[in-house]
Design a protein around this ligand. Structure first.
Ligand code: GTP
Ligand code: MG
Length: 197
């Protein structure tokens, strides 16, 4: 899929404010600082579209980006940011769960995980919850530019082994680097197929 048009549509702090257009939504979720906003910019080829920061906790609202006037890419706040205040964490958690559980047009949630890390408990718990709730999801490894091919291969295999303890089938898995712009075609082709169904 080619992206010919990418525009910021709106930021929502609660689901009653979500766009009412009824277009299919594809959202990025994951720990704070994992690279969700960077991936929005990489996919759309639009460096300033979503706000990126080296400091965790940058994205605080549900941000909708309208793509080709046919679907939305959705950038969500990160979870698990230890230095946020408790009330802030609870507010983020509420926004995320509300959107994930009640967002009517969410077609697929991509859980972003840092390719350098061991499977993190918070991600595994989140993935388990998605399974229980029947939310369709995929896994996107980020920051693969920070690893050699063999390290990456080892980490992905390890992740799959961990997932296979809970799951009979693997979700779709994507390897990306916003820095190197890798994994872009695969992810866009996957979304494109779902949009055109
Ligand atoms: P929150 O909005 O705080 O939840 O973070 P986020 O998940 O949106 O992360 P963001 O895109 O803001 O990126 C966090 C940091 O990681 C920034 O310093 C990015 O430049 C860096 N980063 C993101 N993706 C990549 C990548 O693929 N490779 C490298 N090397 N750095 C990346
Ligand atoms: Mg962000």
């Amino acid at each position: 899929m080619q992206i010919t048009k990418a525009q910021f549509q709106c930021s929502s702090e609660k689901i009653s404010q979500l766009p009412k257009d009824g277009l299919p939504e594809f959202a990025f979720i994951g720990r704070s600082n994992v690279g969700k906003s960077s991936l929005v910019n990489m996919l759309t080829n639009h460096s300033g579209l979503a706000k990126v920061s080296g400091t965790p906790g940058k994205t605080r609202l549900i941000n909708h980006f309208r793509i080709n006037d046919t679907w939305f890419l959705v950038d969500l706040p990160g979870y698990g940011y230890a230095r946020a205040s408790r009330s802030q964490r609870e507010q983020f958690a509420r926004i995320i769960t509300d959107y994930v559980m009640k967002g009517e047009h969410l077609h697929m949630l991509f859980v972003l995980v840092d390719a350098r890390l061991e499977p993190q408990k918070i991600d595994l718990q989140f993935i388990e919850m998605l399974g229980e709730e029947g939310v369709p999801f995929g896994i996107v490894f980020t920051k693969t530019d920070k690893l050699s091919a063999s390290q990456l291969n080892r980490n992905v295999t390890h992740y799959k082994t961990t997932l296979s303890e809970q799951w009979e089938e693997f979700p779709p898995i994507f390897l990306t680097s916003s820095e190197k712009k890798s994994g872009r075609e695969e992810l866009l082709a996957y979304i494109g197929n779902l949009v055109n169904q």
